[in-house]
Design a protein around this ligand. Structure first.
Ligand code: ATP
Ligand code: MG
Length: 367
């Protein structure tokens, strides 16, 4: 929500691996905005696998306390997870989402607009439910009389969680529509011509009770008010969604999905735009928001100053936008797009030779 503040306090949690290289890049970009945003204080905070090995806790109580009591929002880098089960360790990002009630994972996936081309092939936002579905991790295994095994998982869908994620999707669609309108009015070429649109992703032809409840709860959000009359609503079965997304990604605006489908389609969508190093996200609740690049800690390139900082920088823009500072967010995104389109400063994941620092500085120069 857009609350006008005089000062902003951001928790900065680089955590592990390349998180320690890309999060400082995002901070430099935020600092460069100067007085365009409220005076911002950055509070360095610990979490992660490395922190667990230092002090025995992946998510120190102090980190949670400072975030809850002192910070307006936060940025998270990336966390390494051990490939084997380690006693006492569990993912701090999953715990943070729970502590701060960050029930939505919002992932804009857009290809870079190349001048002279018909238009971007992909500019969509995936809104993934973050708290339930199969991620409640209620699994059990039983042995039948004949010795064979049966494994079961409980999938939880609630009207509460489905409604609030649905509301978030419609709010995002509404805002995107307004932003496009404003851009059009200021003479910019906006390739999306129609009304904003929300696509509900589900599989209620098979899972009529669980996905049925998700679908109905999201539909009821639009039907319960006049506010979203200008937002189109359609549905896609998740398998068809994957197919359509790869065939014609340009037909999607905002897609809303239960946790697991959302996870799968967003990694798929990231593949459409060239590199994991480009895709940002925010974890959002009603009271708090945390920016986080979609990629992981990338141990294979850690410490070499070659990680692409753009996913983190775009996450910072997304964070600003969700706090109401849309002009500053647009400025960052324009600078990023300019650097990508120009193609002179690209990290190796995009076929270039530039370092993390080079790319960051090129973006800073265009701000
Ligand atoms: P994790 O377990 O933390 O997810 P991972 O080994 O799965 O680690 P990811 O971070 O998910 O690694 O990355 C997958 C691949 O994409 C790796 O080869 C990584 O180097 C590359 N990659 C991810 N993020 C970036 C980035 N920001 N810049 C460049 N390459 C990246
Ligand atoms: Mg990974």
């Amino acid at each position: 929500s857009a609350v006008k503040r005089t000062a902003l306090k951001l928790g900065m949690i680089p955590a592990d691996g390349i998180g320690k290289e890309v999060l400082p890049a995002a901070q430099r970009v935020l600092e460069a905005l100067g007085s365009a945003i409220p005076k911002t204080t950055f509070v360095p905070l610990q979490a992660g696998w490395e922190e667990f090995n230092r002090n025995g806790k992946a998510l120190p109580d102090e980190t949670v306390r400072v975030l809850k009591e002192e910070c307006d929002a936060a940025m998270f880098g990336s966390v390494s997870s051990p490939s084997h089960k380690v006693e006492g360790y569990s993912s701090p990002i999953v715990a943070l989402r729970k502590h701060l009630d960050l029930y939505a994972n919002v992932r804009p996936v857009s290809s870079v607009p190349i001048p002279g081309q018909p238009g971007p092939t992909c500019d969509m936002v995936i809104v993934r439910e973050n708290t339930e579905c199969l991620y409640i991790k209620k699994e059990e295994i039983k042995t039948n009389a004949d010795g064979s095994k049966i494994a079961l998982a409980t999938r939880q869908i609630t009207s509460h969680a489905s409604s609030r994620i649905g509301k978030m999707a419609f709010e995002i669609a509404l805002r995107r529509g307004q932003e496009r309108e404003a851009a059009r009015n200021s003479g910019k070429d906006v390739w999306w011509k129609g009304e904003p649109k929300v696509t509900i992703v589900h599989k209620s032809n098979v899972l009529s009770i669980t996905d049925g409840l998700f679908r109905e709860s999201v539909r009821a959000i639009r039907e319960g008010t006049d506010k979203y009359n200008g937002v189109k609503m359609e549905e896609q079965l998740v398998d068809s969604m994957v197919y359509r997304m790869f065939r014609e990604p340009e037909i999607f605006d905002v897609a809303v999905a239960p946790n697991l489908y959302g996870d799968i389609i967003s990694d798929g969508a990231a593949a459409l735009v060239g590199s994991l190093g480009l895709v940002p996200s925010i974890n959002a609740g009603d009271d708090f928001v945390m920016g986080e690049p979609v990629h992981g800690s990338a141990p294979d390139i850690e410490g070499k100053n070659i990680a692409n900082p753009i996913a983190s920088i775009r996450s910072a823009a997304l964070l600003l936008s969700s706090l109401g500072y849309t002009d500053s967010a647009a400025k960052i995104n324009a600078a990023v797009d300019a650097v990508l389109v120009e193609g002179q400063y690209l990290t190796p994941d995009l076929g270039g030779k530039a370092s993390t620092t080079d790319v960051t500085e090129a973006i800073l120069k265009r701000l």
